[in-house]
Design a protein around this ligand. Structure first.
Ligand SMILES: Cc1cc2nc3c(=O)[nH]c(=O)nc-3n(C[C@H](O)[C@H](O)[C@H](O)COP(=O)(O)OP(=O)(O)OC[C@H]3O[C@@H](n4cnc5c(N)ncnc54)[C@H](O)[C@@H]3O)c2cc1C
Length: 440
């Protein structure tokens, strides 16, 4: 039975609803209690306090997947193509994130970040990143030389670095939980243990009846419980393509899971790292490369790598799901991606198993780090959208569908990094889009 975490429903009425198959009716149901779904639900209920909103989440708690398994970096917006949603929403989102944390007393550390060139051929790319960051209006950026690198990070070697003092760190699970609280305090309902498996137009209530007109879509979970609603917003991360497919909308772009494993520095070695230290990224990939990231609990994480995963929510090296595997290998886009990047993919796989190979990349920046100084740490799995030509979809994508159910849905199809940083800015864009499409 779905666990109602509270909301508009209360007392006996709530009990009745939980005992019946039809749990309740809502103007808008949001699928997915990750940081994006919660931020959007919070924004929508604040704009429309008289409407009934629900968030439906398959796990027992919010932020269980990507939003609770990430580097925790508040990105400043350097990397992204000027004019893209990613660029705009990251710069806006970082400012909103700092402001929100100040308002709510959520701890963060604006510890800054260096993107460090260790080879001469990386310098032109570093300079191009600097120009890009300026175009994106990232505050405080400057290029610094080897001496200044060592003043900021005494153990880090490099020829030149891009210094981004605006970058910070935060615990995004805490931020997401705070969004959930705001949503509930505004009267929203969060139903956990509610895995959406089906969405269809109501058959039993006539479209002319008041209920039929207002809440014509039935959303069912895998236990056979259901809610009815007027409109749906899906923010389902690693399952966003599947949610789109079951609602009758396009299954493409498909989601390809990329696992990222972290190493952690032993506590006695954490003095080696003061702020974030990143490589100059490989322009062929959307991932930023393995980096040194201090955490809010005082630990330091190294990583993450990017390995094609055989299970969408598989956090261990050997996790495997037959369904997820067959889904992936039956998609032509994946084969095109794999064939274009065989050597890179095999290299990442090798490094995932070999601690010393992973360390080799990191020692380019801090040569003092040895295998004795690190332990294997946690992992995260990125939901990366991939088109049928094998291209990784770079920008955030919001998309609706057609038909009875499809025209009542807005899908968040691709919300990779820095979507945690950008969550409040993304929420405003989603809320605008929901209002426009559904005339709320
Ligand atoms: C390794 C890693 C490092 C990252 N580092 C950073 C970083 O430093 N800074 C940054 O800004 N971003 C970072 N990101 C990206 C960021 O974490 C994600 O972009 C963000 O968390 C996406 O949030 P989301 O709500 O879209 O997805 P998720 O957090 O994955 O939430 C989706 C939710 O939908 C639920 N769901 C799925 N299917 C169903 C269903 N059928 N029914 C009900 N519920 C369903 C899931 O259980 C899940 O809770 C990182 C990501 C990873 C993986």
């Amino acid at each position: 039975m779905a666990a109602a975490l509270r909301g508009r429903a209360g007392g006996l009425a709530a009990l009745w609803r939980l005992q019946s198959r039809r749990l309740s009716s809502f103007d808008v149901a949001v699928v997915g209690a990750g940081i994006v779904g919660l931020a959007a639900a919070r924004e929508l209920i604040q704009r429309h306090p008289s409407l009934a909103f629900a968030v439906l989440e398959k796990e027992q708690e919010p932020a269980h997947h990507q939003s609770g398994h990430n580097s925790g970096v508040i990105h400043s917006g350097i990397y992204y193509t000027p004019g893209s949603l990613k660029a705009k929403l990251c710069v806006q989102g970082a400012a909103l994130c700092y402001k929100y944390c100040d308002q709510k007393g959520i701890p963060y550390n604006q510890c800054g970040k260096l993107i460090v060139a260790v080879e001469h051929d990386e310098i032109p790319r570093l300079k191009a990143l600097y120009e890009r960051g300026l175009q994106n209006n990232v505050p405080g950026l400057k290029l610094i030389g080897a001496k200044e690198i060592q003043e900021k990070e005494p153990f880090c070697r490099g020829l030149m670095a891009l210094d981004s003092p605006y970058t910070g760190i935060v615990d995004y699970k805490q931020v997401a939980q705070s969004y959930a609280r705001d949503f509930q305090e505004a009267g929203g309902t969060i139903l956990t243990d509610f895995e959406v498996t089906n969405m269809e137009m109501a058959k039993e209530s006539s479209p002319e009846s008041e209920d039929g007109l207002k809440y014509p879509v039935i959303v069912r979970n895998k236990k056979g419980e259901e809610i009815s609603c007027g409109h749906i917003l899906t923010c389902a991360g690693l399952h966003s393509d599947r949610l789109s497919e079951i609602s009758g909308c396009s299954p493409e772009p498909r989601i390809v899971p990329f696992r990222g494993d972290y190493l952690v520095l032993k506590p006695e070695k954490c003095y080696l790292v003061k702020g974030n230290i990143y490589p100059v990224p490989n322009p062929r990939f959307p991932f930023l490369g393995v980096h040194f990231t201090p955490r809010m609990d005082g630990s330091v994480w190294l990583g993450p790598n990017a390995v094609l995963a055989f299970k969408r929510e598989g956090y261990k090296l050997l996790d495997f799901s037959t369904g997820d595997f067959l889904d992936a290998v039956s998609y032509s886009g994946l084969w095109k991606l794999v064939l274009r990047n065989v050597s890179y993919g095999l290299g990442e796989l090798y490094r995932a198993f070999s601690l010393s190979a992973q360390l080799k990349q990191l020692q380019k920046f801090i040569p003092e780090v040895t295998t004795n100084d690190v332990l294997r740490g946690p992992s995260g799995v990125r939901a990366q959208a991939l088109d049928s030509d094998g291209n990784l979809v770079d920008d955030f994508v919001f998309d609706g569908g057609t038909g009875n159910v499809g025209s009542r849905i807005l899908h968040v199809r691709n919300a990779p990094s820095p979507a945690a940083t950008s969550s409040l800015a993304i929420a405003a864009v989603i809320a605008d889009e929901v209002e426009r499409r559904f005339q709320l």
